[in-house]
Ligand binder design. Structure first.
Ligand code: CTP
Length: 432
């Protein structure tokens, strides 16, 4: 997987920097074109010449050390990289990355990296530094942006302590990077629109109706689609989770806002995944000023919101794939089949939210996928990311099958083509 890949190896200033030479060596031996960027502190531990000898490339340290007048080094490097590895990453490096500081060559390069290719970080530091909540919080922030980690190992640390903080072994780092690069790119060029989170329906300037959706399921779909090469638009309502990087993020509040945002983008979309929990009702009137209490009771009159999924079903072209969700507490199959038929959705992903570990707020989900004809597949309890990946495969297969059918209908004797990205782009050409 590493053959011919350009990998930026960021080396920051910790004692584990000496092990980064072995990382550079492993990646180079596996066929990668390794470009090392060191922080000034890292050069106190290992000489740049070590990495230069291993990678056969000049090591970059100084942001202003521009060798080639035609390019700006940190932008050029970030644009060309198939992957970025930071090993070791100190607590300071993690903080800078999480906060978006750019005060040296490595941090500016990482800022210029657009999140389309994997970033893998191998932290290494003292056990107490690693356990510090601020370090963990920075790692969480980065995870939320789609950054991957190879956790440090436990053992004897250079500082004399024993515990978690030792940089992962170079083999582990190289293996993890290979696995990340091996992720399928079967949605290359496919346009995926995902809705996520909860809508907010205002009662007055300080009060609203909403629901418990965390946004995690939709965000997992958006992240998985992006990792597989799709061009992703994420229309997100209120959500506690951090949206993934590398997607077009459209923030909305109400069901009406979501309706407008989704419908406007629908013609340029191949696959829609509607994971958002959309309010079915909203206050019939929104007060411009805060409502004051008076009587012992008050009645709030609600009116229906537009049904986005139903409208998409009505406008859907034959080549577009529409995947809706349904949160149910009973008669799951019956309702899901009815929803697929009445909203003209290709698939309804139903979850029984009365089950433990399923639905709102959890990192896991268990779903059943239905068409209007009945059950297609059951996905037992697993991470939302793996549910997302399977749903995208189901969507991609349906999309590719339609492209193949459209090609068979329009071409004279030409093969319909294989499933996947090539037929995906062909579908757009024939259908628009
Ligand atoms: N949905 C939508 N617009 C709405 C309400 C729901 O697009 N105004 C979408 C959701 O995003 C989801 C699907 O419809 O993909 C099913 O949502 P759900 O609330 O479970 O179904 P409803 O059709 O609203 O039916 P009910 O509330 O009666 O179960």
């Amino acid at each position: 997987m590493l053959q011919g890949k350009t990998v930026i190896l960021g080396v920051t200033g910790g004692i584990a920097a000496y092990k980064a030479a072995a990382v550079a060596s492993k990646l180079t031996q596996a066929g990668a074109d390794v470009r090392v960027v060191m922080t000034a502190s890292a050069t106190k531990f290992v000489a740049p010449l070590t990495f230069q000898a291993i990678t056969r490339h000049r090591v970059v340290v100084d942001t202003f050390d521009e060798e080639d007048a035609a390019v700006i080094s940190h932008i050029d490097l970030a644009d060309r990289a198939d992957a970025v590895v930071v090993a070791p990453a100190t607590a300071n490096a993690l903080a800078k990355l999480a906060l978006g500081l750019g005060d040296d060559m490595l941090s500016t390069t990482l800022l210029a990296h657009r999140g389309r290719t994997p970033v893998l970080i191998a932290p290494a530091m003292n056990v107490h530094m690693y356990a510090n909540p601020i370090v963990q919080q920075h790692m969480e922030t980065l995870r939320g942006r789609g950054v991957h980690f190879v956790e440090p190992g436990e053992g004897f640390l250079a500082c004399g302590y024993t515990g978690k903080g030792r940089m992962a072994e170079p083999e582990q780092i190289a293996d993890k990077l290979s696995a990340l690069l091996a992720a399928p790119r079967d949605l290359d060029g496919v346009r995926v629109l995902v809705t996520a989170g909860a809508t907010v329906e205002r009662i007055d300037p300080v009060r609203y109706l909403t629901n418990d959706s965390s946004g995690k399921m939709g965000f997992a779909v958006a992240e998985a689609a992006r990792a597989r090469g799709a061009r992703v638009t994420l229309v997100a309502g209120r959500a506690d989770a951090q949206p993934p990087a590398g997607v077009e993020l459209v923030r909305v509040e109400s069901a009406q806002d979501m309706y407008d945002a989704v419908l406007a983008r629908f013609p340029e979309t191949d696959i829609v995944v509607k994971a958002a929990a959309v309010a079915d009702y909203r206050p019939a009137a929104r007060a411009d000023r805060k409502l004051k209490k008076s009587a012992d009771e008050m009645t709030l009159t609600l009116e229906r919101t537009p049904d986005i999924l139903k409208e998409l079903g009505a406008r859907k072209r034959p080549d577009q794939v529409l995947i809706g969700f349904a949160a149910e507490t009973h008669d799951v199959a019956q309702y899901a089949v009815l929803k697929a038929a009445s909203k003209r959705a290709d698939f309804i992903v139903a979850n029984d939210v009365s089950q433990p570990g399923v639905g709102f707020g959890h990192d896991t989900n268990a779903v059943s996928v239905f068409t209007a004809d009945g059950l297609v597949e059951e996905l037992p309890l697993q991470s939302k990311r793996s549910v997302a990946d399977r749903l995208l495969t189901i969507g991609r297969e349906a999309f590719a099958a339609r492209a193949a059918a459209a090609n068979a209908g329009t071409s004279t004797g030409a093969s319909a083509g294989a499933s996947g990205a090539s037929s995906a782009s062909e579908a757009r050409e024939t259908s628009t």
